[in-house]
Structures are given as C-alpha cells and as structure tokens.
Design a protein around this ligand. Structure first.
Ligand code: UP5
Ligand code: MG
Length: 190
C-alpha cells in the first residue's frame, strides 16, 4: 500500500539493450509498476505540455532532459500509484540524474539491473524497431551511444561499488536473458 516504503529497481542499459522488453517480463512475474522515463517524456511531447518542445529537441539530439523535469514526472507517477514496487526503466542516465533523484525522492534503489549489450547489436535492434520513434535513425543512435558511454557508465560503476548492480549479458533469446534477470529478484516472488 501507499504507506509502505517504496521498493525501487533501476533498469539501465544502452539504447536497444532490451530494457523495455525485459521490464514487461519483470512486471508479469514480480508485480512491479513499470515507469519508463523515456515513455513519460514522450507522453509530455504528445500532450504538448509546457516542456514538450524542449523535450522533443533534446530527444532528437540524443541528449539528456534536465533532471528536475524527469524526476518530477517519475515522482508524480510514484505518488499516483497504489503499488509500492517500482521498475524505473532508462533512468538515471547520468550522475546528475542519480543525485537529483536521491535528493528529491529521498530514496535509493534496492536493485539496479544493467543490460550489457555490444554496440553493433544495439544499433541493429534500434534500426529494426520501426515504431516511428524520432530518435531511431542512425545519426541520433550514434549520439545516444556516445551519451550513454560518457554519462551512464559512471552511474553503473557507482552502483557496482555499492554492491547493488546485477550485470546481465543482453545478447540471446529474450527468455534466456530473463533467466539471468530472475536471481536479482530472489525473494520477490508474489
Ligand atoms: N529486442 C529486445 N530484446 C531482444 C533480444 N534479446 N534479441 C533481439 N531483439 C531484441 O528493445 C529494442 C528492440 O530490440 C525492440 O525492437 C525489441 O523487440 C528488440 P527494447 O526492449 O525496446 O530496448 P530498450 O533498451 O528499451 O531501448 P530504448 O530504445 O527504449 O532505449 P533508450 O534508452 O535509448 O530509450 P529511452 O526511451 O529510455 O530514452 C529515449 C531518450 O529519452 C533518450 O535518448 C534521452 O534523450 C531521453 N531520456 C532522458 O533525457 N532522460 C531519461 O531519464 C530517459 C530518457
Ligand atoms: Mg525502452
């Protein structure tokens, strides 16, 4: 219920590493509320909100939306949810994102998953996706990969040092990858 302390999982990995795909399986198996930061930002674009056009420009360039905007969207979804188990997908993308979340939400993640995928595989998957995302073109993908390497890997290293990181080899069949995800949630079976 709303009274219990949130149980937070961060899901990290480069563009096309399979975060969204594996999150769907985690939701089905372990009953988390899925919050994709990218989906929340795309929803702001679609509803033409105050920050919509800035978010669109940022996503087209593969850059990171200011932390305060993203954290506010995540916080609102957490407050609105009856669930207390959250799967936060594609966030935090930088140390600044991470520090901002910890300050504003006042909590750290219990678990951090990292989907480790070779760049050429990520490029192939994103170019094959065909769902009309404005950032699924080769120019933007190259920028997303650079930003990921420069800004997201420090976050991964931070949680590795804290002993919270579950690194998963993200190549192979979806179900095989999920078998590597399961041990992170040992004890979370519903
Ligand atoms: N696929 C999945 N698993 C597969 C497998 N095992 N084998 C073969 N194919 C597989 O998967 C991608 C594609 O690969 C799909 O077609 C899938 O079927 C297939 P998906 O599960 O969608 O991968 P995911 O990691 O979720 O890829 P996504 O493109 O969503 O990752 P990004 O991190 O790039 O996108 P996100 O939506 O998180 O962010 C988009 C942009 O929003 C960012 O670049 C940034 O500009 C902005 N943003 C922020 O600024 N701040 C935030 O906090 C979040 C986002
Ligand atoms: Mg995704």
């Amino acid at each position: 219920s709303k009274d219990s302390t949130p149980f937070i999982t961060f899901v990290l990995g480069g563009p096309g590493s399979g975060k969204g795909t594996q999150c769907a399986k985690i939701v089905d198996t372990y009953g988390f509320k899925h919050l994709s930061a990218g989906d929340l930002l795309r929803r702001e674009i679609a509803r033409n909100s105050e920050y919509g056009s800035t978010i669109l420009d940022t996503i087209k360039e593969g850059r990171i939306v200011p932390s305060e905007v993203t954290v506010r969207l995540i916080r609102r979804e957490m407050e609105l949810s009856d669930n207390h188990k959250f799967l936060i997908d594609g966030f935090p993308r930088s140390e600044e994102n991470r520090i901002s979340f910890e300050r504003i939400i006042g909590a750290e993640p219990n678990i951090v998953l990292f989907f480790d995928c070779p760049e050429e595989e990520m490029v192939k998957r994103v170019l094959n996706r065909n769902q009309g995302r404005v950032d699924d073109n080769i120019d933007t993908i190259k920028k997303r990969l650079k930003v990921f390497e420069a800004l997201n890997l420090p976050v991964v290293n931070h949680y590795a040092k804290k002993g919270k990181l579950h690194k998963i080899w993200a190549v192979g069949a979806e179900d095989e990858i999920f078998e590597q995800v399961r041990p992170a949630f040992a004890g979370c079976e519903q």
